[in-house]
Design a protein. Structure first.
Length: 194
């Protein structure tokens, strides 16, 4: 009886430390980054929100495998750029798994040559055009309600003023990219799509 009483007095921090000790180094780094990135975002701190999303995108590249991996990672923002300089800043001078990262800003209707495409909420009227990327090894990331169920593989959502993400494994499978189980553990899993 006394032992269970002591256990109930354990702090959540102690419990999280025991969980943390049993994880791999890469997951530890990712968890630390997510904890840091998921700090509260005020309604007027849109730039902070996009700095957090940029850091998530950096980490997505670390935990997703493409069928062919050579040359630099290519990240494209499709349509209006909501990041300001945040996306460029997060990748400046960094490599991911030994590869440089190129950030591009594209427009609808052009040929997309990218490993990861971010589609801002402002582009929702053109989401139907994303069907041209179906079954291609391109990770499509959005930030709109229902995006991962219909149009993309990953979707950012705000939960209690924190940036979190959803993943649609069905779309990942059809795109022939491999999502790390560690990444899937941290996401809200959604179903649907192509």
């Amino acid at each position: 009886m006394k032992q269970s009483h002591n256990r109930s007095l354990r702090s959540p921090i102690a419990d999280s430390k025991s969980l943390y000790n049993g994880t791999s180094k890469a997951l530890k780094v990712f968890i630390c980054a997510l904890i840091t990135m998921s700090s509260s975002i005020s309604g007027t701190a849109q730039q902070t929100e996009y700095s957090v999303k940029a850091a998530f995108i950096l980490n997505f590249l670390k935990f997703i495998e493409w069928p062919t991996e050579s040359g630099p990672f290519k990240v494209t923002v499709l349509g209006k750029n909501p990041f300001g300089s945040s996306l460029d800043d997060v990748f400046k001078g960094k490599t991911v798994r030994g590869r440089k990262v190129q950030v591009k800003y594209g427009t609808w209707g052009q040929q997309i040559d990218a490993d990861l495409v971010f589609v801002p909420a402002s582009e929702k009227e053109k989401f139907g055009e994303l069907s041209s990327l179906a079954n291609k090894p391109i990770v499509v990331v959005g930030e709109s309600p229902g995006f991962a169920k219909k149009h993309g593989m990953i979707n950012f959502i705000l939960v209690q003023d924190r940036v979190v993400f959803e993943i649609n494994p069905k779309i990942a499978k059809s795109s022939k990219v491999k999502l790390s189980s560690k990444l899937l553990q941290l996401a809200k899993i959604v179903d649907g799509g192509r």
